[in-house]
Design a binder for this molecule. Structure first.
Ligand code: FAD
Length: 274
């Protein structure tokens, strides 16, 4: 069965929480397998992530908190996982995270594979674990081959599935999945999908996380200037075509980076007939 999921960030204000409730009411109609909630590395959003996760869980929905190990100790990670276990949470997205500027303590676990091992050692199979994958390779990796081996470490440590960084080039995804299979990594690798809503924000994100916006897409978006209607319309065409190709090519599902907005994603799912 194909697995569709939606990612939120924890809102900072009561108004943001209310907006997210409206978004959720729309997205729930698409019957996702689960919602996930991001976590500010170094614990910067910890309580907001917990509150958002709890609210979604209390609505009877499946929810997966993201957890990152950078800047954390084993003890704080264990406490956080225990909090989620007490709430009744059964899945987490396990990440290394990036050290927030100004924070110098790297923490006790260096990489996400160590976090996956730690969760398995301390909580056994209490949580389903998703990890991150990078079809265009992680920006800090020394080589594509090393990054693949590092990804394999997370699967070997006990991850159940992976969600990719977003990308707009389907061939990068298919090639990555093939290379993983050749290394014996068989966990499902779910493409992460970023809708195109605003060009400047997307360009900034993409530069930071190493996701490529193909030149033809960049040029088109630049040409639209401030014309948000054209950006949205073009973005919908590009992203729907990408999702369609991924699903036709055998992707085991899609994970949408919603930016806490339902509009574009509902349209994409409708166009895909999901
Ligand atoms: P890792 O898998 O640890 O990899 C990080 C780097 O280290 C890679 O270059 C890898 O090749 C290298 N590496 C890994 N293991 C080893 C090893 N054993 N020895 C040597 N090198 C190694 N960030 C947040 O702060 N909060 C979030 O909620 C969040 N959610 C995300 C969700 C998804 C689906 C994705 C794709 C990313 C998310 N991120 C989030 C961003 C993520 O934290 C960053 O991309 C971070 O830089 C790497 O995290 P990771 O878990 O992939 O790290």
């Amino acid at each position: 069965m194909r697995n569709f999921s939606f990612e939120f960030f924890p809102p900072q204000t009561a108004e943001g929480m209310e907006k997210l409730r409206v978004t959720r009411r729309q997205l729930v109609q698409l019957h996702p397998a689960y919602f996930s909630v991001t976590y500010g590395a170094g614990g910067t959003t910890q309580q907001r992530t917990i509150n958002t996760v709890q609210e979604i869980f209390d609505e009877g929905l499946e929810v997966a908190p993201h957890i990152s190990c950078v800047g954390a100790t084993r003890e704080t990670l264990q406490d956080l996982l225990q909090t989620y276990r007490n709430l009744g949470i059964k899945r987490v997205v396990a990440l290394r995270g990036d050290l927030p500027s100004g924070m110098v303590e790297a923490g006790e676990l260096r990489y996400a594979n160590e976090l996956v091992s730690f969760i398995r050692e301390t909580f056994g199979d209490a949580f389903r674990i998703e990890v991150a994958a990078y079809p265009e390779y992680h920006p800090q990796s020394r080589s594509a081959q090393e990054d693949l081996i590092n990804f394999k470490r997370k699967a070997d440590a006990g991850a159940d599935a992976a969600i990719t960084q977003y990308f707009y080039n389907a061939d990068a995804y298919f090639s990555f999945v093939e290379e993983c299979a050749a290394l014996g990594v068989t966990i499902p690798i779910i493409p992460g999908i970023m809708p195109i809503l605003r060009y400047s924000q997307l360009a900034r994100f993409s530069d930071a996380c190493g996701a490529e916006i193909p030149r033809w897409i960049r040029r088109k978006l630049e040409g639209f200037g401030d014309d948000v209607v054209s950006i949205r319309s073009f973005g919908l065409d590009v992203v729907t075509a990408l999702c369609d190709r991924l699903l036709q090519g055998g992707a085991p599902g899609l994970h949408f980076y919603t930016m806490n907005q339902a509009g574009s994603i509902s349209t994409i799912c409708q166009r895909l007939g999901l």
